[in-house]
Design a protein around this ligand. Sequence first.
Ligand SMILES: [Zn+2]
Length: 357
Amino acid sequence: MKLNIDISNEIQLFKRLISWAKPRLKVLIPVALTTIFLLAVLAFGIYEERMYGLSSQMLFTHIAYHRAGNPIPFDMKLASDVYRPFYCLDCWYNSRWLEIQENNIVPIFGVDQHGEGLAPVPQYTFLAAAIPYNSQRSLGVAGLQLFTIDGSVVFINDRFQNETSWNDEREALSTLVHELIHAQGGLFASPSDQPELFEPRTQGATTEILASMCDRQQETACKSFWMVMFQYSKAYVMVNLKTQNLGWFYELWDKIFFLNTSETRLHDKNIRYWATRQEQYDYLITAYSLNPYLKIVIPALAGMDEDTGLLYSAALYCDNTDDPACYVTVEQYLKFDDTDYLLGWMKYLLPWKAMIP
Ligand SMILES: [Zn+2]
């Protein structure tokens, strides 16, 4: 007897399934693996709130990574000297990119015209420049902000222009937003009563400003926002896995999904460097990722926004100290409505239980 089975339809279906899945593998594999991990956690009876939070953060990390996209090479359009644009008397730049971005970003800090309400009177810099930093600073510090008698100064590491591993507009943009927020003064500039919150508050506010820029159709800012969310959630996963002696699993996960070959070389080099400077490394992770995430962004999304950068002080550079406007207390917190809006359903993946109010 001859079996006459026609499976050409099934083959067609299979082929169509493959061609649908192929371009989506970058998303499908992580989702599948995270699902398997979550199911394994449930099946092996080691279900804990913490493990559940961890697997949802892993899923969050994958999605944020996907939305952040690839590094965006860019040109800072450096000038050979500082220049002053015609429209202001006391502002200096050495990069057209810095000039354009500062004029784009600072107005968003204001209160009127749909500003974010971060600063009552948004402050511009006296000088914003990309410069080479000295010695070891050059290799590790992205941005600096200083108050001088002439006004606020922001320096951006010129490696953003000159070194391949730094040349990413998403990173440069989040660095510039961060330093410009320091320049607003108040709780963003001084250690105040909670010195440990000074950097997290600034970094948390950076997240919301990038989200606001994204909602204003600035696509690079969208990528930058998701890159920052990716960094927060990955740091959260790292710290939690390491405290459960699963650091090896974190390394494996990181290398399989988030690092290409050349990035892995740099990553391993950094690991060798930080191995003898654990305390310093912990500080950086806590100040720039964990605390902004768990103490500022997530509590703010939960409606607890009293730590999100109230500018209680007078403007730092008030020429006329008799002017009462110099001393107005602004009782307005930075709302995280744009972050909330962009996260959408992904809010359900956030580690709410872990937030530190
Ligand atoms: Zn800072």
